[in-house]
Write a protein that binds this ligand. Structure first.
Ligand SMILES: [Zn+2]
Length: 364
């Protein structure tokens, strides 16, 4: 039996909830994680028409990118679409789960999908986040060093860019004296012991802390494991907002706009003109005007995002083409990404792509 929490825990192994922005409300919004999953509906937005679609498709879990509830709900009597959506979901025993800015902030999330649709190559995160890494220093008897390291690697430690199992070790002497109540692997009670140990240093993302320390304690042969944890200011190239990469071939501005329209099936693009070919492209699904400076600083010829305000277009200063393609249009493929994650891991669970166009904006 697959439970709702099996699905949400799996999705959070890809995009840990702790990576969501402070204003966000990702997670299980309605429903009970212990219920059995009968069917899943993947969508960008979760509104009333999506709950209707879930009922019709016999799904009891809606996996959405945007959380239907952002701020606190103080009353629930159906006076607006948020309350009506929540009431309808609860009445029909439908769980609503949102995976929002946590999926924006990971390497293989919203923006990787977006980048793949327009064929960007050599992609990396546009604005990597600082303060998301920890350094573990621990002391392991020489004989058991590899075994313990293998365990903490499997728990998510030691990944730097395209390299895994990264660590540093130095040989030294550990000293301890077990007391009456100790249960020492080496040495005798009440006698000082000197042991050849490796001091190992290894980094990992903060969200993996529980798993890494659990693996360390389990694999380490001592009953008391000595370690230090240090919070690092380093930027983490695997976590952050936006993405930047290059097109296979440089395109003239007009050809680039046509290319975007075709690849992303757009009716309309709002843009700021530039007098140069477009090769290096930055992007951010959703409201991304906050990354315009980063896109310019990293030499992007174009920056594709949405929700720019009038005065923000001036900030492009012809250094970069802002291509404002619309919030919905920039993120609608996220439902395909969610469906692909779920279908790959749970091939026996029915997962559907929503067929409802939830875009509140229409063009005339
Ligand atoms: Zn969005």
């Amino acid at each position: 039996m697959v439970k709702i929490k099996d699905i949400t825990n799996y999705l959070e192994s890809i995009a840990p909830r702790s990576l969501q922005e402070s204003y966000d409300n990702a997670g299980l919004i309605t429903g009970n994680g212990n219920e059995e999953v009968k069917g899943i509906l993947c969508t960008l937005d979760c509104i009333e028409s999506i709950v209707d679609e879930a009922i019709q498709k016999k799904c009891n879990l809606i996996v959405a990118h945007h959380p239907i509830v952002f701020r606190g709900l103080k009353q629930l009597n159906g006076k607006n679409y948020v309350e009506r959506t929540v009431i309808k979901a609860i009445k029909n025993d439908i769980a609503i789960y949102a995976i929002h800015t946590n999926l924006d902030n990971v390497m293989n999330g919203v923006n990787a999908k977006f980048a793949s649709l327009i064929g960007l190559q050599d992609i990396k995160i546009l604005a990597p986040k600082a303060n998301t890494l920890l350094k573990l220093e621990t002391f392991i008897p020489v004989e058991q060093t590899e075994e313990v390291l293998d365990a903490i690697h499997s728990a998510g430690a030691g990944n730097i860019g395209n390299y895994s199992e990264c660590s540093f070790r130095i040989l030294g002497t550990g000293s301890f004296k077990p007391n009456e109540d100790a249960n020492p692997l080496v040495g005798t009670k009440n006698q000082k012991e000197l042991v050849q140990e490796n001091k190992v240093e290894i980094i990992f993302p903060e969200y993996a802390k529980g798993n890494v320390l659990g693996a360390l304690n389990q694999a380490h042969p001592y009953d008391e494991v000595a370690y230090y944890l240090t919070k690092l200011e380093n930027k983490n190239n695997q976590i952050g907002s936006g993405m930047i990469g290059t097109l296979k071939d440089a395109l003239e501005p007009e050809a680039f706009l046509k290319y975007l329209k075709e690849k992303l099936k757009l009716d309309l693009i709002k843009f700021t003109p530039v007098q140069k070919e477009i090769k290096c492209v930055a992007l951010c699904g959703g409201s991304g005007s906050f990354l315009l400076k980063a896109a310019i600083a990293q030499g992007a010829d174009a920056y594709i995002s949405a929700d720019f305000k009038y005065h923000e277009y001036f900030d492009a200063e012809q250094k970069v083409m802002i291509a404002d393609i619309g919030h919905y249009e920039s993120e609608v493929a996220t439902k395909e990404l969610l469906d692909a994650f779920i279908s790959e891991k749970f091939p026996n669970i029915a997962s559907y792509l929503s067929e409802v166009d939830t875009n509140p904006v229409q063009y005339f």
